[in-house]
Ligand binder design. Sequence first.
Ligand SMILES: Cc1cc2nc3c(=O)[nH]c(=O)nc-3n(C[C@H](O)[C@H](O)[C@H](O)COP(=O)(O)O)c2cc1C
Length: 330
Amino acid sequence: MLELLRKLKRALVAWRECAKVRSEAARAFRYDRGQFMANAGALHLDRMAAARAEIVMGYHVLEKGLTMPRRRLGFGKGAVLHLMNLVDSFERRFGTEDRQVRHAVAVLRAYRELHRGQPDPMPRLDAFLAARGDVPAAVEPHVTRGEFFSAKDAPFPQFAASRHVCRHFAGSVPRETVESAVELALTAPSACNRQHARVHVVDDPSLRDRLFAAQGGTRGFGADADKVLVVTSDLSAVRWGWERHDCYVNGGIFVMNLCYALHYFGVAHCILHWSVSPEVDREAHEFLCIPSNEAIVQVIACGMPPDEFDVAASPRLAVSDVLAWHGGGK
Ligand SMILES: Cc1cc2nc3c(=O)[nH]c(=O)nc-3n(C[C@H](O)[C@H](O)[C@H](O)COP(=O)(O)O)c2cc1C
Protein backbone atom coordinates (compact mmCIF):
# COMPACT_ATOMS: atom_id res chain seq x y z
CA MET A 1 0.00 0.00 0.00
CA LEU A 2 2.77 2.38 1.04
CA GLU A 3 4.71 1.51 -2.10
CA LEU A 4 1.65 2.23 -4.25
CA LEU A 5 1.21 5.63 -2.61
CA ARG A 6 4.86 6.45 -3.23
CA LYS A 7 4.49 5.51 -6.91
CA LEU A 8 1.38 7.67 -7.21
CA LYS A 9 3.15 10.60 -5.62
CA ARG A 10 6.09 10.27 -8.00
CA ALA A 11 3.72 10.09 -11.00
CA LEU A 12 1.87 13.21 -9.77
CA VAL A 13 5.12 15.16 -9.33
CA ALA A 14 6.27 14.13 -12.85
CA TRP A 15 2.88 15.07 -14.33
CA ARG A 16 2.98 18.50 -12.64
CA GLU A 17 6.54 19.10 -13.87
CA CYS A 18 5.56 18.19 -17.47
CA ALA A 19 2.47 20.42 -17.30
CA LYS A 20 4.68 23.32 -16.11
CA VAL A 21 7.18 22.81 -18.96
CA ARG A 22 4.35 22.55 -21.52
CA SER A 23 2.82 25.79 -20.33
CA GLU A 24 6.22 27.57 -20.23
CA ALA A 25 7.03 26.37 -23.74
CA ALA A 26 3.66 27.54 -25.08
CA ARG A 27 4.20 31.00 -23.54
CA ALA A 28 7.78 31.16 -24.77
CA PHE A 29 6.85 30.24 -28.38
CA ARG A 30 4.02 32.82 -28.31
CA TYR A 31 6.51 35.43 -27.16
CA ASP A 32 8.98 34.42 -29.90
CA ARG A 33 6.24 34.64 -32.50
CA GLY A 34 5.31 38.15 -31.38
CA GLN A 35 8.95 39.25 -31.38
CA PHE A 36 9.47 37.78 -34.84
CA MET A 37 6.35 39.41 -36.32
CA ALA A 38 7.24 42.77 -34.83
CA ASN A 39 10.87 42.79 -35.88
CA ALA A 40 11.90 40.30 -38.58
CA GLY A 41 13.53 42.23 -41.40
CA ALA A 42 11.49 40.39 -44.02
CA LEU A 43 8.35 42.01 -42.58
CA HIS A 44 9.85 45.47 -42.05
CA LEU A 45 11.94 46.31 -45.11
CA ASP A 46 11.34 50.01 -44.53
CA ARG A 47 13.80 49.89 -41.61
CA MET A 48 17.43 50.77 -42.27
CA ALA A 49 18.92 47.61 -40.77
CA ALA A 50 16.55 45.42 -42.80
CA ALA A 51 17.28 47.33 -46.00
CA ARG A 52 21.00 46.99 -45.35
CA ALA A 53 20.68 43.24 -44.72
CA GLU A 54 18.87 42.85 -48.03
CA ILE A 55 21.71 44.65 -49.79
CA VAL A 56 24.31 42.46 -48.07
CA MET A 57 22.42 39.38 -49.25
CA GLY A 58 22.29 40.90 -52.73
CA TYR A 59 26.02 41.58 -52.96
CA HIS A 60 26.76 38.21 -51.37
CA VAL A 61 25.03 36.47 -54.28
CA LEU A 62 27.29 38.33 -56.71
CA GLU A 63 30.42 37.77 -54.59
CA LYS A 64 29.65 34.07 -54.65
CA GLY A 65 29.23 34.25 -58.42
CA LEU A 66 32.54 36.08 -58.80
CA THR A 67 34.41 33.45 -56.80
CA MET A 68 32.63 30.28 -57.91
CA PRO A 69 34.41 27.32 -59.49
CA ARG A 70 33.60 27.11 -63.24
CA ARG A 71 32.38 30.70 -63.22
CA ARG A 72 30.64 31.57 -66.47
CA LEU A 73 30.55 35.13 -67.74
CA GLY A 74 27.18 36.83 -67.98
CA PHE A 75 25.97 35.26 -64.73
CA GLY A 76 23.64 37.06 -62.34
CA LYS A 77 22.16 39.76 -64.61
CA GLY A 78 18.93 39.76 -62.60
CA ALA A 79 20.90 39.93 -59.35
CA VAL A 80 22.84 42.96 -60.66
CA LEU A 81 19.64 44.81 -61.52
CA HIS A 82 18.06 43.93 -58.19
CA LEU A 83 21.13 45.09 -56.26
CA MET A 84 21.30 48.42 -58.11
CA ASN A 85 17.64 49.05 -57.28
CA LEU A 86 18.23 48.22 -53.62
CA VAL A 87 21.26 50.52 -53.39
CA ASP A 88 19.42 53.38 -55.14
CA SER A 89 16.52 53.05 -52.76
CA PHE A 90 18.77 52.77 -49.67
CA GLU A 91 20.83 55.82 -50.60
CA ARG A 92 17.73 57.91 -51.24
CA ARG A 93 16.39 57.07 -47.78
CA PHE A 94 19.49 56.72 -45.62
CA GLY A 95 22.42 58.43 -47.40
CA THR A 96 25.54 57.15 -49.13
CA GLU A 97 28.01 56.56 -46.30
CA ASP A 98 27.08 53.04 -45.16
CA ARG A 99 30.15 50.78 -45.48
CA GLN A 100 28.20 47.67 -46.40
CA VAL A 101 26.29 49.54 -49.08
CA ARG A 102 29.52 50.95 -50.45
CA HIS A 103 30.84 47.39 -50.60
CA ALA A 104 27.78 46.47 -52.69
CA VAL A 105 28.84 49.18 -55.15
CA ALA A 106 32.40 47.82 -55.05
CA VAL A 107 31.14 44.32 -55.89
CA LEU A 108 29.08 45.71 -58.78
CA ARG A 109 32.22 47.42 -60.08
CA ALA A 110 34.19 44.16 -59.80
CA TYR A 111 31.38 42.46 -61.75
CA ARG A 112 31.58 45.16 -64.44
CA GLU A 113 35.36 44.90 -64.69
CA LEU A 114 35.15 41.14 -65.11
CA HIS A 115 32.82 41.72 -68.08
CA ARG A 116 34.87 44.56 -69.60
CA GLY A 117 35.84 42.57 -72.72
CA GLN A 118 32.32 41.26 -73.29
CA PRO A 119 30.24 42.41 -76.26
CA ASP A 120 27.05 42.95 -74.18
CA PRO A 121 26.65 46.64 -73.24
CA MET A 122 25.62 47.40 -69.66
CA PRO A 123 24.45 51.03 -69.86
CA ARG A 124 22.43 51.03 -66.64
CA LEU A 125 25.33 49.52 -64.65
CA ASP A 126 27.82 51.92 -66.26
CA ALA A 127 25.68 54.94 -65.32
CA PHE A 128 25.18 53.56 -61.80
CA LEU A 129 28.94 53.16 -61.32
CA ALA A 130 29.80 56.49 -62.94
CA ALA A 131 27.61 58.21 -60.33
CA ARG A 132 29.67 56.51 -57.62
CA GLY A 133 33.13 56.96 -59.14
CA ASP A 134 34.88 57.16 -55.74
CA VAL A 135 34.16 53.50 -54.91
CA PRO A 136 36.89 51.15 -56.18
CA ALA A 137 36.23 47.58 -57.31
CA ALA A 138 36.01 44.93 -54.61
CA VAL A 139 38.90 42.50 -54.47
CA GLU A 140 37.91 38.86 -54.09
CA PRO A 141 41.19 37.23 -53.01
CA HIS A 142 42.73 34.56 -55.24
CA VAL A 143 44.83 32.32 -52.99
CA THR A 144 46.91 29.18 -53.09
CA ARG A 145 46.02 26.37 -50.71
CA GLY A 146 49.19 27.16 -48.75
CA GLU A 147 48.22 30.82 -48.36
CA PHE A 148 44.67 29.97 -47.31
CA PHE A 149 45.85 27.75 -44.47
CA SER A 150 49.07 29.66 -43.66
CA ALA A 151 47.80 30.90 -40.27
CA LYS A 152 46.99 27.40 -39.05
CA ASP A 153 49.54 27.64 -36.23
CA ALA A 154 49.41 31.41 -35.82
CA PRO A 155 48.11 33.19 -32.70
CA PHE A 156 44.31 33.26 -32.46
CA PRO A 157 43.74 36.76 -33.97
CA GLN A 158 45.49 35.76 -37.22
CA PHE A 159 44.02 32.26 -37.20
CA ALA A 160 40.46 33.56 -36.73
CA ALA A 161 40.92 36.20 -39.42
CA SER A 162 42.20 33.56 -41.86
CA ARG A 163 39.14 31.31 -41.58
CA HIS A 164 36.74 31.69 -44.46
CA VAL A 165 34.28 29.43 -46.12
CA CYS A 166 35.65 27.86 -49.27
CA ARG A 167 33.37 26.71 -52.09
CA HIS A 168 36.10 24.87 -53.98
CA PHE A 169 36.53 21.17 -53.33
CA ALA A 170 38.97 18.87 -55.10
CA GLY A 171 39.56 15.83 -52.94
CA SER A 172 38.41 13.47 -50.30
CA VAL A 173 38.65 14.25 -46.57
CA PRO A 174 40.06 11.22 -44.73
CA ARG A 175 37.77 9.69 -42.11
CA GLU A 176 40.46 10.25 -39.42
CA THR A 177 40.54 13.97 -40.23
CA VAL A 178 36.79 14.23 -39.73
CA GLU A 179 37.15 12.39 -36.42
CA SER A 180 40.00 14.67 -35.31
CA ALA A 181 37.99 17.78 -36.23
CA VAL A 182 34.95 16.56 -34.31
CA GLU A 183 37.15 15.70 -31.33
CA LEU A 184 38.54 19.24 -31.34
CA ALA A 185 35.05 20.72 -31.80
CA LEU A 186 33.94 18.87 -28.66
CA THR A 187 35.96 21.44 -26.66
CA ALA A 188 33.01 23.79 -27.31
CA PRO A 189 31.22 24.95 -24.18
CA SER A 190 27.58 23.95 -23.66
CA ALA A 191 24.90 24.79 -21.11
CA CYS A 192 25.61 22.76 -17.92
CA ASN A 193 28.01 20.75 -20.06
CA ARG A 194 25.05 18.89 -21.57
CA GLN A 195 26.82 18.68 -24.96
CA HIS A 196 23.77 18.73 -27.18
CA ALA A 197 25.60 18.54 -30.54
CA ARG A 198 25.79 15.44 -32.75
CA VAL A 199 27.37 15.09 -36.19
CA HIS A 200 26.06 12.96 -39.07
CA VAL A 201 28.53 12.52 -41.91
CA VAL A 202 26.97 12.12 -45.35
CA ASP A 203 29.48 10.63 -47.78
CA ASP A 204 27.07 9.01 -50.23
CA PRO A 205 26.83 11.28 -53.32
CA SER A 206 23.15 10.51 -53.92
CA LEU A 207 22.23 11.43 -50.32
CA ARG A 208 24.43 14.54 -50.59
CA ASP A 209 22.64 15.64 -53.77
CA ARG A 210 19.23 15.01 -52.22
CA LEU A 211 20.18 17.02 -49.15
CA PHE A 212 21.55 19.91 -51.20
CA ALA A 213 18.50 19.92 -53.48
CA ALA A 214 16.36 20.32 -50.35
CA GLN A 215 18.67 22.95 -48.83
CA GLY A 216 19.03 25.10 -51.92
CA GLY A 217 22.23 27.04 -51.11
CA THR A 218 24.94 25.12 -52.95
CA ARG A 219 24.33 25.84 -56.62
CA GLY A 220 27.57 25.75 -58.58
CA PHE A 221 29.71 23.97 -55.98
CA GLY A 222 27.71 21.44 -53.94
CA ALA A 223 28.30 18.59 -56.35
CA ASP A 224 32.07 18.87 -55.70
CA ALA A 225 31.72 18.36 -51.93
CA ASP A 226 33.25 15.14 -50.71
CA LYS A 227 31.38 14.98 -47.43
CA VAL A 228 28.56 16.82 -45.71
CA LEU A 229 28.54 17.21 -41.96
CA VAL A 230 25.01 17.57 -40.65
CA VAL A 231 25.22 19.04 -37.16
CA THR A 232 22.22 18.30 -35.00
CA SER A 233 21.32 19.09 -31.43
CA ASP A 234 19.71 16.57 -29.13
CA LEU A 235 16.47 17.94 -27.75
CA SER A 236 16.66 15.29 -25.02
CA ALA A 237 19.17 17.58 -23.29
CA VAL A 238 16.60 20.40 -22.98
CA ARG A 239 15.26 20.61 -19.42
CA TRP A 240 12.66 23.37 -19.27
CA GLY A 241 10.44 25.55 -21.44
CA TRP A 242 12.53 28.69 -21.37
CA GLU A 243 15.31 26.68 -23.01
CA ARG A 244 13.47 26.57 -26.34
CA HIS A 245 16.48 28.12 -28.17
CA ASP A 246 19.11 26.08 -26.40
CA CYS A 247 19.52 23.40 -29.00
CA TYR A 248 20.34 26.05 -31.60
CA VAL A 249 22.53 28.14 -29.30
CA ASN A 250 24.59 25.16 -28.16
CA GLY A 251 24.56 23.64 -31.63
CA GLY A 252 25.69 26.94 -33.15
CA ILE A 253 28.61 27.27 -30.74
CA PHE A 254 29.64 23.72 -31.66
CA VAL A 255 29.37 24.53 -35.36
CA MET A 256 31.73 27.48 -34.99
CA ASN A 257 34.25 25.35 -33.12
CA LEU A 258 33.93 22.65 -35.78
CA CYS A 259 34.60 25.19 -38.52
CA TYR A 260 37.75 26.36 -36.75
CA ALA A 261 38.76 22.72 -36.31
CA LEU A 262 38.21 21.96 -40.01
CA HIS A 263 40.24 25.03 -40.93
CA TYR A 264 42.99 23.93 -38.56
CA PHE A 265 43.13 20.51 -40.24
CA GLY A 266 43.28 22.05 -43.73
CA VAL A 267 39.75 21.05 -44.77
CA ALA A 268 37.87 23.39 -47.13
CA HIS A 269 34.35 23.82 -45.84
CA CYS A 270 31.26 25.88 -46.40
CA ILE A 271 28.62 26.36 -43.72
CA LEU A 272 25.12 26.02 -45.13
CA HIS A 273 21.88 27.28 -43.63
CA TRP A 274 19.15 24.94 -42.55
CA SER A 275 16.32 27.47 -42.86
CA VAL A 276 13.86 25.08 -44.44
CA SER A 277 10.16 24.34 -44.24
CA PRO A 278 8.90 21.74 -41.75
CA GLU A 279 8.20 19.38 -44.67
CA VAL A 280 11.79 19.57 -45.91
CA ASP A 281 13.15 19.15 -42.39
CA ARG A 282 10.96 16.08 -41.82
CA GLU A 283 11.95 14.60 -45.17
CA ALA A 284 15.68 15.10 -44.45
CA HIS A 285 15.29 13.42 -41.08
CA GLU A 286 13.72 10.49 -42.87
CA PHE A 287 16.17 9.95 -45.72
CA LEU A 288 19.21 10.57 -43.51
CA CYS A 289 17.76 8.39 -40.73
CA ILE A 290 18.27 11.15 -38.15
CA PRO A 291 16.13 10.49 -35.08
CA SER A 292 13.34 13.01 -34.44
CA ASN A 293 14.82 14.09 -31.07
CA GLU A 294 17.75 15.64 -32.97
CA ALA A 295 17.07 19.08 -34.44
CA ILE A 296 19.13 19.81 -37.54
CA VAL A 297 21.11 22.96 -36.75
CA GLN A 298 23.49 23.38 -39.65
CA VAL A 299 24.95 21.63 -42.63
CA ILE A 300 28.64 21.89 -43.58
CA ALA A 301 29.89 20.95 -47.03
CA CYS A 302 33.53 19.94 -47.06
CA GLY A 303 36.33 18.56 -49.14
CA MET A 304 40.06 18.98 -49.61
CA PRO A 305 40.79 22.23 -51.44
CA PRO A 306 42.36 22.57 -54.92
CA ASP A 307 45.84 24.11 -55.38
CA GLU A 308 44.38 27.60 -55.83
CA PHE A 309 40.98 29.21 -55.71
CA ASP A 310 38.99 32.42 -55.14
CA VAL A 311 37.52 33.47 -51.80
CA ALA A 312 34.63 35.91 -51.33
CA ALA A 313 35.77 39.07 -49.53
CA SER A 314 32.76 39.19 -47.13
CA PRO A 315 33.79 42.38 -45.29
CA ARG A 316 32.65 42.77 -41.69
CA LEU A 317 30.76 45.49 -39.85
CA ALA A 318 32.78 47.92 -37.75
CA VAL A 319 33.12 47.34 -33.99
CA SER A 320 31.05 50.49 -33.45
CA ASP A 321 28.21 48.90 -35.47
CA VAL A 322 27.92 45.95 -33.12
CA LEU A 323 29.22 47.03 -29.71
CA ALA A 324 26.88 48.76 -27.25
CA TRP A 325 27.86 49.79 -23.72
CA HIS A 326 25.29 49.89 -20.96
CA GLY A 327 26.74 51.83 -18.07
CA GLY A 328 29.10 54.50 -19.28
CA GLY A 329 31.67 52.38 -21.14
CA LYS A 330 34.52 52.87 -18.70
C1 LIG B 1 24.17 30.19 -40.68
C2 LIG B 1 24.92 30.27 -41.97
C3 LIG B 1 24.30 29.87 -43.14
C4 LIG B 1 25.00 29.90 -44.37
N1 LIG B 1 24.41 29.43 -45.50
C5 LIG B 1 25.12 29.39 -46.65
C6 LIG B 1 24.55 28.79 -47.81
O1 LIG B 1 23.43 28.27 -47.79
N2 LIG B 1 25.29 28.78 -48.97
C7 LIG B 1 26.55 29.32 -49.01
O2 LIG B 1 27.16 29.27 -50.07
N3 LIG B 1 27.12 29.89 -47.91
C8 LIG B 1 26.43 29.92 -46.74
N4 LIG B 1 27.00 30.44 -45.61
C9 LIG B 1 28.37 30.98 -45.66
C10 LIG B 1 28.35 32.51 -45.54
O3 LIG B 1 27.95 33.05 -46.76
C11 LIG B 1 29.72 33.02 -45.10
O4 LIG B 1 30.04 32.46 -43.86
C12 LIG B 1 29.73 34.55 -44.96
O5 LIG B 1 29.56 35.15 -46.21
C13 LIG B 1 31.01 35.06 -44.33
O6 LIG B 1 32.12 34.62 -45.07
P1 LIG B 1 33.32 33.81 -44.40
O7 LIG B 1 32.74 32.66 -43.62
O8 LIG B 1 34.13 33.35 -45.57
O9 LIG B 1 34.09 34.75 -43.54
C14 LIG B 1 26.32 30.40 -44.39
C15 LIG B 1 26.93 30.81 -43.19
C16 LIG B 1 26.26 30.73 -42.00
C17 LIG B 1 26.95 31.13 -40.71
